[in-house]
Design a protein around this ligand. Structure first.
Ligand code: GLU
Length: 301
């Protein structure tokens, strides 16, 4: 069965070169296996959404030659689904309500790990009512969760020690990215996830959630991040420039080179669609470098 892949940007600003790399990789990986490629706008964290960014992202993708299958899914239309699966976890006894604040935990000297504060489970057995409180997943029995990444190989994390009980719904009622992404990938039939290497650790959380919800786990392929000249990951927060439509061929070729793919400068005159078609035909996952990040030759500015 051909796989279903997806690109899932957060609309907190326009696409930058780092997000273009994730789009190119997920597109080529799905299309090279005759698979579907979906577009999902990850606007679950509504206060962080920038007005107009979701439309801009779609215009950017079109200008760069991408065509996605089916309608665009907006996470802001999915809250009923997230509530349904969160209720299931609560009913199963996998989740609990918590009234600890981040500041309170800091004052208690709670340690931090790769994904922030490691919640020690203070409220785990208090049986607080969920309304108006954050909801956490009990990771006490999670321990080592691992997977085999198609680029980075074996990767594992001791969830109960390195992450602790993580939040699935914040106290302000916003569902966590971890819950949203796991539910959406399941409901959309996504079985081939390609995304930036900054999410390697997060994948272990997603595997645990999939297990608790009885979902099949997709295959994962993470790609090296793009750093700017100062060695900082390109992101909207680090002020990465929006990708310039006028330079689409050059930026697509640079993204392919960052992914270790062949990218012939003779294609500089080609249409973006042609560059992507060629990249799909020549896509080689074994050539993707297994380093976590690299400075790319261009940042799109
Ligand atoms: N929305 C996430 C981001 O923009 C990507 C999540 C994913 O691909 O799973 O970083």
């Amino acid at each position: 069965m051909p796989p279903t892949g997806r690109f899932a940007p957060s609309p907190s600003g326009p696409l930058h070169f780092g997000s273009l790399v994730a789009a190119v990789a997920s597109y080529c990986h799905a299309r090279s296996q005759q698979g579907r490629w979906l577009l999902r706008i990850e606007d679950v964290d509504t206060p962080r959404v920038v007005a107009g960014a979701a439309d801009q992202i779609q215009r950017d993708l079109e200008a760069f030659g991408f065509a996605w299958d089916g309608p665009v899914l907006y996470q802001s239309d999915q809250f009923e689904q997230y509530r349904h699966y969160l209720d299931r976890l609560l009913d199963q006894g996998d989740c609990y309500a918590c009234e600890c604040s981040r500041r309170g935990l800091r004052e208690q000297g709670v340690r931090s790990g790769p994904l922030g504060q490691i919640y020690p489970g203070n409220c785990r057995h208090r049986q607080l009512a969920p309304e108006g409180r954050s909801i956490r997943l009990n990771t006490a029995d999670a321990r080592l969760i691992g997977f085999s990444d198609q680029v980075y190989g074996g990767f594992e994390l001791n969830l109960s020690e390195a992450v602790g009980d993580f939040v699935l719904r914040r106290v302000d009622g916003i569902y966590a990215y971890h819950l949203a992404v796991v539910v959406d990938d399941e409901l959309q039939g996504v079985d081939e996830i390609v995304r930036g290497a900054d999410l390697l650790e997060n994948t272990c959380l997603h595997l645990l959630l999939q297990r608790k919800l009885d979902f099949a786990s997709p295959r994962y392929l993470h790609v090296p991040l793009v750093n700017n000249a100062q060695g900082v990951k390109l992101s909207k927060q680090s002020g990465a420039a929006a990708i310039d439509h006028e330079r689409a061929p050059q930026l697509l070729l640079a993204a392919l080179r960052h992914l270790g793919q062949s990218a012939d400068d003779a294609m500089l005159q080609a249409k973006p669609e042609e560059i992507l078609n060629r990249a799909v035909a020549e896509w080689n996952t074994e050539a993707i470098p297994a380093r976590l990040a690299a400075i790319a030759e261009t940042f799109g500015s």
